[in-house]
Design a protein around this ligand. Structure first.
Ligand code: GDP
Ligand code: IMO
Ligand code: MG
Length: 424
């Protein structure tokens, strides 16, 4: 097992945190490859719950080294507070965390611009964590990287240049006040001192680890349908959560990747705006939200809820190359008399052959559903596939068949022990 990619197959919040934490038990390294503190990965251990935004979900297994790759955009404030929180909870971070020197920094003006743009022009429903504006600077080639912090003069010069431009935008376009460059320089210099020990060439580190036969999990944030290239553009995030993103975001070659594991909920959710074909803005959606506690782990926003979308999942399996499917939150469906799966899309009375990624078409399609009988019993203590009610087995097998991905793991509760592995 050289590299296993574990990614969200839908619109995020599929339960990646739980799955990565569980599988980290047998890993040497867990590496985040994209996104930033827009992610909220929940890990439940006993009666304790942790939400990770930047740190990889392997932090709770002492033998794991955790890597934040070059593809991640790092908000210093969020990083430092997360490290502190874990340390306060008795989890050792020192000596177990490595941060890529090539990762880009999120600056306060990125967050400010993210929030202002949401209020004025682009209404995507972002998390307001500065993700889009930070990736804009990265691709404009004006971004500031972790490595730039190491040289005071380079950092100050780059920052001054950027702030000059940002001040123009902030004052002239949005009527905001100017940013004070000197205060920001000292703030980030302090940050440099606190993270200096973690910074390294993580691509080289991973290369050497793989040569030694170490087992690596590449942890995705967000989900495939939020991918900037393959998702429901423009209602997407600004990075590549899909499997290809793992290589660029960590500096590892595709030939090092052994397996792609897709995590999907037994139904669908989405936070923020954008098309959501199976959304249930009714009693069903309300019930999914209440029973599944579907409120954002980062922003606390209520998540939009709907039925499992096998058309979108087939697409996700195709672009990611999903080899093993993990289905989470099956227990949330326990009390439903009838459960639905969307098995096709119709547009103007005609069946579509594939998942349309342009938002306008997706808004217009009519989902075609197949109905299943509910199992009406608790799954909280089920430990094996055979113990699952007949109706739950039938639901899972159809869901896997339509998705074109073999089912490997079923999650029936937030805790580690509420997991059912199928024979591999
Ligand atoms: P992530 O972003 O993909 O890591 O997912 P989140 O942490 O944002 O959201 C998943 C939520 O579902 C968290 O509160 C988890 O504790 C919870 N969860 C994960 N798996 C299960 C499950 O099988 N059943 C239930 N009921 N909750 C789960
Ligand atoms: P995890 O890793 C669910 C959504 C936002 C918004 C869009 C763009 O916990 O699954 P951004 O702040 O990234 O520019 O917002 O993407 N979004 C998420 N939705 N889970 C996430 O992360 C998300 N991260 C971003 O709600 O619609
Ligand atoms: Mg989340």
């Amino acid at each position: 097992m050289p590299v296993q990619i574990i990614l969200g197959a839908q619109w995020g919040d599929e339960g990646k945190g739980k799955v990565v934490d569980m599988l980290s038990e047998h890993a040497d390294i867990v590496a985040r490859y994209q996104g930033g503190a827009n992610a909220g990965h929940t890990v439940c251990i006993g009666d304790k719950q942790y939400v990770l935004h930047l740190l990889p979900s392997g932090m709770f297994h002492e033998q794991c080294t955790c890597v934040i790759g070059n593809g991640v955009v790092i908000d210093p404030t969020a990083l430092i507070s997360e490290i502190r929180q874990l340390e306060e909870a008795g989890i050792r971070v020192r000596g177990r965390l490595l941060i890529s020197h090539n990762a880009h920094l999120i600056m306060p003006y990125h967050k400010q611009l993210d929030v202002i743009r949401e209020q004025t022009s682009a209404r995507i429903g972002t998390t307001g964590r500065g993700i889009g504006p930070a990736y804009i600077d990265k691709f404009m080639r004006s971004g500031i990287r972790i490595v730039d912090l190491l040289d005071r003069e380079t950092f100050a010069n780059k920052l001054k240049r950027n702030i000059e431009e940002k001040n123009q935008i902030l004052t002239r376009v949005y009527g905001e006040t100017r940013i004070d460059v000197d205060a920001l320089i000292s703030e980030y210099q302090e940050f440099d001192k606190s993270i200096d020990e973690y910074i390294t060439d993580t691509s080289l580190y991973l290369h050497q680890a793989l040569q030694q036969g170490k087992r690596v999990i590449a942890e995705g944030a967000q989900g495939a349908l939020l991918d900037v290239d393959h998702g429901t553009y423009p209602f997407v995030t600004s990075s590549n959560p899909t499997s290809g993103g793992a290589c660029t975001g960590l500096g590892i070659p595709p030939t090092a990747v052994n397996e792609v594991i897709g995590v999907a909920k037994a139904y669908c959710t989405r936070v923020g705006h954008g098309p959501f074909p199976t959304e249930q803005e009714n009693e069903v959606g309300e019930r999914l939200r209440t029973v599944g506690h579907e409120f954002g782990a980062t922003t606390g926003r209520p998540r939009r809820c709907g039925w499992y979308d096998a058309v979108a999942m087939q697409y996700s399996a195709r672009i990611n190359g999903i080899q093993r499917l993990v289905v989470t939150k099956l227990d949330v469906l326990n009390d439903f008399d009838e459960i639905r799966i969307c098995i096709g899309y119709e547009l103007h009375g005609k069946r579509l052959r594939s998942f349309p990624t342009d938002a306008a078409t997706l808004e217009r399609i009519t989902p075609v559903y197949e109905s299943f009988e509910g199992w009406k019993t608790s799954l909280a203590d089920v430990k094996t596939y055979d113990q699952l009610p007949r109706q739950a087995q039938a639901y899972l097998s159809v869901l896997s068949r339509y998705t074109h991905a073999p089912l490997w793991l079923v999650s029936v509760g937030p805790r580690r022990d509420q997991s059912i592995f199928l024979q591999s």
